[in-house]
Design a protein around this ligand. Structure first.
Ligand code: HEM
Length: 300
């Protein structure tokens, strides 16, 4: 397996090494707000933020590139990371992105994709990557459409990708996947329209938008059948699985980057709380190690 420090080298080779920046999702904006669960949330999980009381959150919206100078109009994955502060002061995080179909079953394959997408020979290496991974090739049309420029971070669906185990008050386990659905609608714009906004238009737009009113996302959960696999983030569950809205996120204020004076804020997709557990997905477990390596690099 490719170790996290080597993974960081692969990302830096692709996007450049940028001191004090994330190795991926290097450019973004910070927001605060609240999350309020519906009764369906409490039925599925006993987690403190799913019981219906309003929970404070810190969120970061971002572009997927590891190059913080990449303009906002460039086609890219977008990120929405949310950290909930629970009543006992502890935190749990949800870290999602805007590509509907994650395309590799393992972290090594994902890192091989980044390697292939590096340098002047990228088109040739990418063709070879997709020839080696025909299932990944099948996701290209849908994912390419999602990578088109967005008019606002408020106008994308953000997918949690992995399965998680949600435990209710009686200890019953539901395997779920979750998605943030934008109340402002899922939208894309043409490149020339996006370019007319300038290189930082998404950062400016989200700050202006939250100053006028809350930016809202509904949290939709898909519940697996007992025999659905939970270990492969690239494997979709059948479309007829039960979907239920378990809460609403309201982002209400733009806040300055909290990573000043050497403090580091990591949005960790494996930071769990009682009532939510990791599935057996290797990529999910690996992410925590890669995010730590990136945090170590930017704290130096
Ligand atoms: C093997 C797979 C993956 C690897 C190696 C990886 C690696 C990374 C790294 C190194 C960072 C920077 C973290 C930091 O410095 O704090 C990052 C950020 C991020 N990743 Fe991943 N990632 C993977 C999969 C995913 C998936 C599946 C999602 C979404 C479901 C995702 C969404 C994000 C987001 C939203 C951020 C920005 C978090 C923030 O704003 O702090 N990543 N990723």
């Amino acid at each position: 397996m490719i170790e996290p420090d080597e993974a960081l080298d692969i990302m830096h080779a692709r996007f450049g090494a940028h001191p004090h920046r994330r190795a991926l999702h290097a450019k973004g904006s910070w927001l605060t707000g609240t999350f309020t669960a519906t009764p369906a949330g409490a039925e599925l999980s006993r987690a403190a933020h799913l019981q219906g009381e309003s929970t404070p959150v810190l969120a970061r919206v971002s572009n997927g590139a590891g190059d913080p100078t990449q303009p906002d109009f460039a086609p890219d994955v977008r990120g929405l990371a949310v950290s909930f502060t629970l009543p006992d002061g502890s935190k749990t995080d949800m870290v999602a992105q805007s590509v509907p179909k994650f395309f590799t079953p393992t972290s090594d394959d994902f890192l091989d994709f980044i390697k292939a997408n590096t340098g002047r020979t990228a088109p040739v290496k990418m063709a070879a990557f997709f020839a080696r991974h025909p299932n990944a090739a099948l996701t290209v049309p849908g994912n390419a459409a999602a990578l088109r420029p967005i008019p606002s971070y408020a106008n994308a669906k953000y997918f949690g990708v992995h399965a998680f185990r949600w435990l209710d008050a009686a200890g019953h386990v539901s395997n779920v996947r979750w998605t943030w659905l934008p109340q402002a609608g899922d939208k894309r714009i043409g490149l020339s329209t996006a370019k007319s906004g300038g290189p930082d238009f998404l950062q400016t737009e989200i700050a202006v938008r939250v100053a006028k009113g809350p930016v809202k996302f509904d949290l939709e959960v898909t519940v697996a059948n007992p025999d659905d696999r939970t270990d492969d983030p690239a494997l979709q569950w059948p479309a007829d699985r039960r979907r239920v809205v378990v809460g609403t996120l309201e982002l209400t204020a733009a806040v300055p980057d909290p990573e000043v004076d050497g403090s580091i804020v990591v949005m960790d997709p494996t930071r769990m709380t009682d009532g939510i557990e990791l599935s057996d997905d290797q990529v999910l477990a690996y992410r925590a190690r890669a995010y730590s390596a990136s945090a170590n690099y930017r704290s130096k």
